[in-house]
Design a binder for this molecule. Structure first.
Ligand code: PLP
Length: 398
């Protein structure tokens, strides 16, 4: 049966959406490379978790144009998505693949697995040989994160074993920093220094044994911004790529631009008197007559309910406070200060509007979490749409 609307396109900006500015990603990669990295240092764009919620393929393409030469993903499916999308550059799977079927997929799709034990290495070798191929792999070493990686003391024998397996090519040796976003003095510094020393010690013994270990890498965004000595051959940049600083403790290049702009439509504007309760629980009660606007986005879209009454939105560069409990699909704002706001207008919840910018760190501080979790929290209900740099508009201008 044909429905009356078959073939009719729904406007993806009808309700709430994420504008993704590829040009910001491109320019952030260029900026990080020119201001932070030495000439020989490469940049791996970390595009796991659907490119931190921006859309992995769009981010990978833009990052490649900016000069990223490798990609990092967390899962096999994320790697395959890049390959299906036509990305041919090296892709490293940062997560641990332990079963034969997953490792076989790495061979099939030419994805580099992260290895941290001898069984994994032997498995990969067998699969690569069976496919008549050599598989590029990275060896991960635990220097103090206590997450993935072979224990430091077992790293040298494992690297030697990998070198012996002709089905494998050791394309990289890496580790991950636990506290690079911490303050520049005290424990974060001591832990980071200890990790760096452990990593360097291993690299020196690999060199002594004449083991060719490919690219050596240690730094995430925070490590990249913290100290050039942490860069080695390649840096794995996630958060900074998207235009955000991993920490208030680190100097971040001035020109980083947020690539994500979270926007939603106003669907109703009304006047209420003084003493009127707003939203579930009436946690907000108007103290004066006011203009109240309903915005079509809620916690089911990824706006944390914890932000109720503690966030603002931008309308043409002007800030308006959110009031009352954030509901599943909608939230209310106090539009008293913006008499020109009407139903159908777009408001910005994160990212830029005119000269004003709202950053995920403002949300994460309020919610007791980190900007990474905010960016990864936007749900499928929000379309990710390619967008040009937003124009500067003044409040009151139409
Ligand atoms: C996620 C991740 C990164 C990127 O971290 P950012 O802090 O976002 O730059 C780098 N390396 C590994 C191993 C990761 O899991």
């Amino acid at each position: 049966m044909r429905h009356p609307d078959d073939g009719a396109e729904l406007d993806p900006r009808q309700r709430a959406w994420v504008d993704v500015e590829a040009d910001a990603i491109r320019s952030n990669v260029r900026l990080i490379r020119s201001e932070q990295l030495g000439h020989a240092t490469r940049l791996m764009a970390v595009v796991k978790a659907d490119g931190y919620g921006h859309g992995a393929l769009a981010v990978a393409r833009a990052a490649a144009e900016g000069g990223a030469c490798q990609f990092g993903v967390a899962t096999l499916a994320e790697g395959i998505e890049l390959r299906r999308g036509g990305i041919e550059a090296p892709v490293l799977v940062l997560g641990n693949l332990i079963d034969a079927a997953s490792l076989a997929q790495c061979v099939r799709w030419n994805l580099m697995p992260t290895l941290s034990d001898p069984d994994q290495a032997r498995h990969c070798h067998d699969l690569a040989r069976a496919g008549g191929r050599r598989l590029a792999v990275h060896l991960k070493v635990d220097t103090g994160m206590s997450r993935l990686g072979v224990p430091l003391g077992d790293a040298l024998p494992l690297a030697e074993a990998i070198q012996e397996l002709e089905g494998l090519e050791l394309a990289g040796v890496y580790s991950h920093l636990a506290m690079a976003d911490g303050p520049p003095d005290g424990r974060a510094d001591a832990v980071t220094r200890r990790q760096q020393e452990a990593f360097r010690g291993l690299l020196a013994s690999l060199q002594d044994r004449e083991i060719r270990c490919g690219l050596r890498h240690l730094a995430n965004s925070a490590g990249t911004l913290r100290d050039r000595a942490l860069h080695h051959d390649l840096v794995r940049v996630g958060l900074a790529l998207y235009g955000h600083s991993p920490s208030g403790h680190l100097a971040t290049p001035g020109g980083l631009r947020p690539a994500l702009h979270l926007r939603a439509r106003v669907t109703l504007v009304r006047s209420i008197g003084a003493g009127v309760g707003v939203s579930y629980g009436h946690h907000f009660i108007s103290s004066r007559p006011m203009r109240l606007a309903v915005v079509a986005i809620g916690y089911a879209d990824g706006v944390p309910r914890l932000l109720s009454g503690r966030m603002e939105v931008l309308h043409r560069g002007r800030s308006l406070p959110q009031v009352g409990a954030i509901t599943m699909d909608q939230l209310m704002i106090d539009a008293s200060g913006c008499p020109d706001l009407q139903a159908g207008d777009t408001v910005t919840l994160l990212g830029s509007s005119g000269a004003a910018v709202l950053s995920p760190a403002e949300w994460s501080d309020q919610c007791g979490t980190i900007p990474w979790e905010i960016l990864c929290g936007f749900k499928h209900r929000l379309p990710r749409l390619p967008a040009a740099a937003p124009e500067a508009v003044e409040c009151g201008q139409h």
